[in-house]
Write a protein of this length. Structure first.
Lengths: 109, 247
């Protein structure tokens, strides 16, 4: 840890800068600037694509190998979780059900 | 603007409206706390030291960007890749800023900077709901409501994150905390996927991200985003054309 702390600290400062750059962006610009429609489309779609690009490999590539079969407990848990969220829109239930399914499969499947 | 004070970190606020803001955000306290607890615990579980995790939570204040960049940081990915990933996840906030700027645009710069920093997903949605169609934009009532909501949200997030960071090492790895972070992100992702273009884009981004999972310097994510956004925008364009022909 002692050798890598500058990496983390500089990394965190940069991450903070990305938050200010986006959240405060149009609060700081003069009123004459606005978002062109094509840029708004890009900004609307990019975060969803980025999140799915974090989630999909995290769930489907456990231990470095692609696994989309019934043996992938994370995948089954995520499907159950997504179902719960679509039905009830409840963050606590979504995470709890996913972890319970995962744990049940780990212990008994 | 008659109301704007030129000094201080916060604009003048109506106290009653500040309380209303807290009250409207309060029911969100539990989901926010769950999300913060998971984020805090996952950071430490993934290998960040407690001081680094605390620094990240207090400064970055963006759960989805923190969880999205965590695997990159732990793997020691080049920082420009880490920052680019965070920037992409945060791009939605540019739209929020553009949509809610009318209430803040006449304030002094330091107040705008802080207001923007606090303008997250929940606060933005609730503020637009309440004042999107208001006759006047930017008064102490609106600022009070805004900071009431977002101060509550900030506190709920920080307290639960810090609790998560302190508990992170106690939770055994077999419980699947890593999985919990993906499930939390899933709950952020699903409401974003509305309409055919967004659906097409996310499916493509998912497939590409899995295919590109071992790209050098963890660049697979950015490649997947480029592919997904291109497909989403092309789909949107194609739909406009079909609608134009039909009309």
């Amino acid at each position: 840890m002692s050798e890598t702390w500058p990496y983390y600290v500089i990394g965190i400062v940069g991450l903070t800068a990305t938050v200010f750059a986006t959240r405060s962006s149009f609060f700081m610009l003069p009123a004459k600037y606005s978002l062109p429609p094509w840029l708004e489309s890009l900004m609307r779609f990019a975060p969803a694509c980025a999140l799915v690009a974090v989630i999909a490999p995290g769930i489907l590539v456990p231990g470095g190998h692609v696994d989309v079969g019934w043996g992938n407990h994370q995948l089954l848990a995520a499907v159950a979780s997504a179902g719960v969220f679509l039905r009830w829109r409840n963050m606590l239930a979504t995470i709890t059900v996913g972890l319970l399914v995962f744990t049940a499969l780990r212990l008994w499947a | 603007m008659p109301h704007a004070a030129t000094t201080g970190l916060f604009p003048p606020m109506d106290r009653g409206m500040f309380r209303d803001g807290v009250r409207v955000m309060a029911p969100m306290g539990l989901p926010v706390a769950v999300w913060g607890l998971v984020t805090g615990a996952v950071m430490v579980n993934a290998g960040l030291s407690v001081p680094i995790a605390l620094l990240m939570s207090v400064m970055v204040y963006a759960g989805s960007a923190q969880l999205a960049t965590l695997p990159l940081l732990v793997a020691g990915a080049p920082l420009p890749v880490v920052w680019a990933t965070s920037l992409v996840v945060n791009l939605r906030f540019v739209i929020f800023a553009a949509a809610s700027r009318r209430a803040f645009v006449h304030l002094p710069w330091q107040q705008r900077l802080i207001a923007g920093y606090l303008n997250g997903d929940l606060g933005f949605a609730l503020f637009s709901q309440k004042f999107g169609d208001a006759d006047e934009h930017g008064n102490p009532a609106q600022w009070g409501y805004f900071f009431g909501m977002n101060t509550f949200n900030w506190l709920a997030w920080q307290v639960s994150s810090i609790a998560g960071i302190l508990l992170g090492n106690v939770v055994p790895e077999e419980w699947g905390l890593g999985l919990a972070s993906y499930l939390a992100l899933l709950a952020v992702l699903i409401p974003m996927v509305r309409g055919m273009p967004a659906l097409a884009g996310t499916v493509v981004a998912a497939v590409v991200s899995v295919a590109a999972h071992d790209f050098p310097v963890r660049s697979g994510l950015l490649v997947a985003v480029a592919a997904g956004v291109s497909v989403a925008m092309a789909t949107e364009k194609w739909r406009h054309r079909v609608q134009a022909v039909a009309a």
